[in-house]
Design a binder for this molecule. Structure first.
Ligand code: CP
Length: 317
């Protein structure tokens, strides 16, 4: 089986079998990362450009590592230090890179829809590495891979997404991806940080965090995105922590096992206490490891790969 589109722009509308294809492929590629020489020739001859118009640690490094593990040639670009600072447009930047024979463009951009715009004016495959407040599909895919590894399935899980839903592209991709994969999704956060039209989404809205903790098994805790807030949307970080923080005091009395994810970077002491971020419920560093495998799978499948791979197909580079 192959992906129908040559782009990965978002999870909204992606069929369940394509999500499962990516997750199965990522699981089959992950053992490569444990080899003494973690490199295979699968994308030899392909050229990938990573365009990061916004800061990133996890997404950028894991795309770059995924490309190296698959033997692609890759070049990376950040807004600072490029001709964007001289006023060059996104379209001109990418058309120039494309003239150097690029097969795939990975883009993170502050404008929602920037990857869709590029997909409409380039022959190359486009991968959305996070666009504005719209989607971050590979983050949701690595979250789903982590849940499948830890809990064995996604179907039937009750997942609560907690925090700044309004500004979160991670929330949007997870709402679409998890619902399609058979989980039931709930949202929990300040009313001012809920998106307009939340009632049209396939989610329930919890009245407060205690209700969510009673109902859900899995918690995707979001970062408060101070940089995207144009005005104060809650009174103080201290009040936010007391109402929506995953604190030691809140979790200690729980009589059930829960799983906590966070896309990073964490505001420690705000949405997560140190002891929770680094404690037994947390799978945050597993998410980071799986980010490399998921991005390898996406790049492989978009380049025409046919899905789940047996290890003998991945001889050492
Ligand atoms: N999760 C995530 O997108 O992290 P970065 O901003 O560090 O890439």
């Amino acid at each position: 089986m192959q992906l129908k589109s040559r782009h990965l722009l978002g999870l909204e509308g992606m069929p369940r079998e394509e999500i499962e294809l990516i997750l199965d492929t990522a699981a089959s590629l992950k053992p490569i990362l444990e080899r003494p020489i973690p490199k295979v020739p699968t994308l030899r001859g392909k050229t990938i450009a990573n365009l990061f118009y916004e800061p990133s640690t996890r997404t950028r490094f894991s795309f770059e590592l995924a490309e190296k593990r698959l033997s692609a040639d890759s070049v990376s670009f950040s807004q600072a230090g490029s001709s964007v600072s001289k006023g060059e447009t996104l379209k001109d930047t990418v058309r120039n890179l494309h003239a150097m024979k690029i097969d795939t463009v990975v883009i993170r951009h502050g404008a929602s829809g920037a990857p869709h715009f590029l997909a409409g004016c380039l022959d190359a495959s486009v991968v959305n590495a996070g666009d504005g407040t719209h989607e971050h599909p590979t983050q949701a895919l690595l979250d789903m891979m982590t849940l499948r590894e830890k809990l064995g399935k996604i179907e039937g899980l009750k997942v609560a997404i907690v925090g700044d839903i309004l500004h979160s592209r991670v929330a949007r991709s997870n709402i679409h991806g998890l619902s399609t994969a058979g989980a039931s999704v709930g949202l929990c956060g300040p009313a001012t940080l809920m998106p307009a039209g939340v009632n049209d989404l396939p989610v329930r809205v919890y009245r407060n965090l205690d209700e969510a903790l009673e109902d859900a098994d899995v918690f995707i805790v979001l970062r408060i995105q101070m940089e995207r807030q144009k005005r104060g949307m809650f009174p103080s970080l201290r009040e936010y922590r007391s109402l929506f923080g995953m604190t030691v005091e809140r979790l200690e009395p729980l009589k059930k096992e829960i799983t906590i994810l966070h896309p990073g970077p964490i505001n420690r002491g705000v949405e997560l206490d140190d002891e929770v971020a680094d404690g037994r419920h947390s799978v945050i560093l597993d998410q980071v490891t799986n980010g490399v495998a998921v991005r390898m799978a996406v790049l492989y499948l978009l380049s025409g790969g046919r899905g789940k791979i047996e290890m003998e197909d991945h001889a050492q580079a």
